[in-house]
Design a protein around this ligand. Sequence first.
Ligand code: DLL
Length: 441
Amino acid sequence: MLYQPAIETMPLPKLRNLQDERLRQLVTYCYERIPFYRHQLDMAGINPERIRGIADLHLLPFTKKQDLRDQYPFGLFAIPREEVIRIHASSGTTGKPTVVGYSRNDLELFSEVVARSLVAAGCRPGMMLQNAYGYGLFTGGLGIHYGAEKLGMTVVPVSGGLTERQLLLLQDFRPDAISCTPSYAQTLAGEVQQRGIQGLNLKIGILGAEPWTEAIRADVEAGLGIDAVNIYGLSEIIGPGVSNEDFEEKGTGSYVWEDHFFPEIVDSDTGEPLPLGQEGVLVFTTLTKEAMPLLRYWTNDITSLTYDYSQKRTHVKMAPIRGRADDMLIIRGVNLFQTQIEEIINQVDHLSAHYQLIVRREKTLDEVELRIEITPESSRELGGLEAGDLVHHPTLRRAHAELNRLIKELIGLSIRITLCEPGDIPRSEGGKLSRVRDERT
Ligand code: DLL
C-alpha cells in the first residue's frame, strides 16, 4: 500500500515539472513576503524571475541556522502571526531555541507527509500506535500524532519517558507499532528482555530524531520483535516525515518526499552541489510551506542521495545520516563520527549496541575512550566476572583485540576500549541520547 500512489510513483520528468513550478512560485513568495529573503536575493543580485526551475536552484544563497537565530523569534514568518496556528521550537545546545511556525495548510501538509511515512513504515489504518516521542515544543510528539490520526490509526499519546507506563501500555493495550527515538527503543527493548515480558503485539518501530545504524536496528528488532524503520526530519523543514524508509526496503535508504522538500547534497567546505551518490551536507528547500518557507536550508546533516528505480517509489532516497557536521570529532587530525564506531561494533561478537565515547585532552593530545557493554547473554554465559576484569577473560580479550584492530584499520585511530557489564552505560530516558561526552572544554 502507498498513501498517495500518484505522487509517490510520479515519473521523474513530471515530478521535476511540479518542482520547477513550485520553486518559481516559492521564490517570488519569499521575496515579496519575507524581508530577510528580499535582502538576501537583492544582495546576491538575483531577480526572483531569474529562477525558472530546479536547475537554477544553485544560484540561490543558503539559509543557515544562524539566520534563524538572527531572526528570532518570528522574523522569518511569511504570514501575519495571527495566521500562524502552531509554533514549535528545537531546544538547541546553547541559548535561544530555533522557532518554527505553521499555517493551517502547513499542518495539513505535516500530517500528510507523516501519514505517508507511516504507511511506508508498514502502518495501516486501524492499527494502534503508541507514540513515545515527546509532546511539546519538540515536533516529534504532535507531528507523529496528527499524521497517525490522519491515516486512521488508534493513537496512544503517551509521550517520551515514563518507562513503567510504556511497558504497561505495551502489554495491556497491545499496540501494533511504537514511535520513539532509537535509543529509547533500546531502553524499552532492554527492559522487555530483562523482565522476561513476552507476547507483545508490536510489529513496527518508527525510529528517528537521532543518528542510528544497523547495530541498533538489530538490537531493537531482536528485543522488541519489530521491524525498525527509519524516520527523518527536522523542525526547520517541518518535523518528522521529511523522509522515511520503506519496511520492505530496509537498509536501502529513506525516501525523501521531494514533491514538498527538495534535497541537495553540497560540499561542506565550498557549498558546491555534489552529484548523486556522493556524501556531503544535506540542504533542503521547502517547496510548499506557507508560514515559514526556507530556501536552501543547510541542515548540517551528512548523507548522500540516490535514485533506485527498481523500488516502489520514484522519489530519491537518502542514506542513513552519518552525523551532523558539527558533531564530527576531530581526533589527532582524524575525522570521526559516532556512527562509524557503531557500525564496527556491529561486526564483533559479544558486544552490545550500548556504548559511549568519551573525549579527553591528555597533555596536548586528544584521547578517545570507547566504553561498551558486553551483551547480557555473554555476561551470563561467561559468568562471575568482576567489573574492570572483563578484558582478562580470554573470550572477551579476543573481542577487545578484534574491535581495536577494526577501529585502527577502518578509521585509522587508536582508541582506548573499556568493556563494561550490561547496564553500565547511560540509557535514553525518552528523548535523544548523546553518546559522546566531550570533556575537552
Ligand atoms: O528530531 C524531528 C524528528 C522527530 C525526526 C521525530 C524524526 C522523528 P529536530 O529536533 O529539529 O527535529 O532535530 C533535527 O535531528 O537535523 C538530524 O541531525 C537529527 N535527526 C532527525 N531524524 C534523524 C534520523 C527532529 N532519522 C535533527 N537519523 C536533524 C539521523 C536524525 N538523524
